[in-house]
Design a protein around this ligand. Structure first.
Ligand SMILES: [Fe+2]
Length: 245
């Protein structure tokens, strides 16, 4: 399995507090069957995102953990006006290393009215937005059809693996299930931050997904699709979303 959203680098955001915890998280991920992790520090008003520093930090973690898991760099990109301007100028500063996929987290407090046009603008630059955890966004919980529309526009949808196991409560679980039942989920990721509460694991989420989709689709969500993302390839599993009430 491949995890494209994981706060695995220490002391750069609200992820692990030490290199030791980072290494333990890597070991926990490998024990769960994860072979490749994309380190995705936050880029938001609270945490600055310094790609040059992060490249060095990731290299240091590689030296500590060896060849497994494989590690790449990405960004938990908060969708703000300033971030959008910068990614349009310098996409490689934020996209997942070696690809044109960009994780995009929408605010819990407001979604800009120009969002569809912004996604089109990113698409015109060859950047594919990967919308992170819409199931945890209170605005999208109320209006999940918007997510289907963005999929039709070409956006990829990433749901939190632990949302499907119920760790985030029933409302989040329902929202994740709603999207999954409409073929509008393309990737499960851990969005891990630590060793206790938000852990770097995907297998339980994959098993939970199998209650609502085929084992082949569940496999695509944790393996085929994220593998294509880290390789910069089109997604092998990207159906038209199903519209049903
Ligand atoms: Fe995150």
């Amino acid at each position: 399995m491949i995890d494209i959203h994981c706060h695995i680098l220490p002391e750069v955001d609200d992820g692990p507090k030490s290199w030791d915890v980072s290494q333990q998280m890597c070991r926990m991920a490998v024990a769960d069957g994860i072979e490749h992790i994309v380190a995705t520090p936050h880029a938001n008003e609270r945490y600055g995102y310094d790609r040059e520093y992060l490249v060095g930090a990731l290299e240091h973690l590689r030296q500590l953990v060896g060849s497994t898991p494989k590690l790449s760099l990405g960004c938990d990109f908060h969708f703000s006006y300033d971030n959008l301007q910068d990614v349009l100028l310098r996409p490689e500063r934020y996209t997942i290393e070696g690809s044109r996929y960009l994780l995009v987290e929408l605010s819990n407090y407001g979604i800009p009215v120009q969002i569809n046009a912004c996604f089109t603008k990113l698409g015109d630059k060859g950047i594919t937005p990967v919308i992170t955890h819409p199931e945890r966004n209170p605005i999208l919980q109320q209006a999940p059809q918007r997510v289907l529309q963005w999929v039709e526009q070409g956006c990829v949808v990433q749901v939190t693996a632990s949302a499907l196991t119920g760790s985030w409560g029933e409302r989040v679980w329902r929202a994740a299930k709603w999207l999954l039942e409409r073929d509008a989920v393309h990737v499960l990721a851990s969005d891990a931050h630590d060793l206790e509460h938000r852990t770097p694991m995907l297998s339980a989420g994959r098993a939970a997904a199998e209650e609502f989709c085929s084992p082949q689709v569940a496999h695509a969500l944790v393996d085929d699709n994220p593998r294509a993302i880290v390789s910069g390839q089109p997604l092998p599993y990207f159906p038209n979303p199903v519209s049903k009430s």
